[in-house]
Design a binder for this molecule. Structure first.
Ligand code: PCA
Length: 156
């Protein structure tokens, strides 16, 4: 088991969320909505309008996303899907929980709102230098006012 913070296309309502629901590739269980403790530049880059959290703490904003518990099978699917470690690297991150969303009072992770917790995130240090000057977002939405809708580029 591992915990993953997703901030991009894997969030609910975003174009790759269906992968988190696909039991044939593993289990993902939504635990909470959360925000990064540190600021990071969240940009939308490249010809496919892909969201990237640049691993450059203190620039940008605290970024909103969702915290999941995933099994080993889903984790290895996601590592592969996110092209780790070439495009993204999976790194540990500190988060402030906004709202616990898991069901059942026995969730071992659940406690008071405002909790500080740790999870993995797919961020990147292997970005083009000019990406730092792209607009920085607080919360990713593929269909946001930026007009940079995510382009699906593979069938997997
Ligand atoms: N997928 C991962 C990283 C960026 C993306 O689109 C996520 O949603 O967190």
């Amino acid at each position: 088991m591992a915990r993953i913070f997703v901030y991009g296309t894997l969030k609910r309502g975003q174009p790759n969320h269906f992968r988190m629901l696909d039991k044939s590739i593993g289990e993902a269980h939504l635990l909470a909505s959360a925000i990064t403790m540190e600021k990071f530049p969240l940009v939308i880059a490249g010809e496919y309008n892909i969201p990237f959290l640049l691993n450059l703490p203190s620039l940008g904003h605290r970024v909103h996303g969702e915290l999941y518990r995933v099994d080993e099978q889903m984790l290895s699917f996601l590592d592969d899907f996110e092209n780790t470690p070439t495009m993204y690297q999976r790194t540990p991150l500190t988060l402030a929980v906004e709202e616990w969303l898991g069901q059942g009072k026995d969730e071992e992770e659940m406690s008071a709102v405002g909790d500080v917790t740790e999870a993995f995130v797919y961020s990147t240090t292997t970005y083009k230098p000019e990406w730092v000057s792209l607009p920085h977002y607080k919360s990713y939405d593929s269909c946001g006012p930026h007009g940079l809708e995510y382009v699906r580029y593979r069938d997997t």
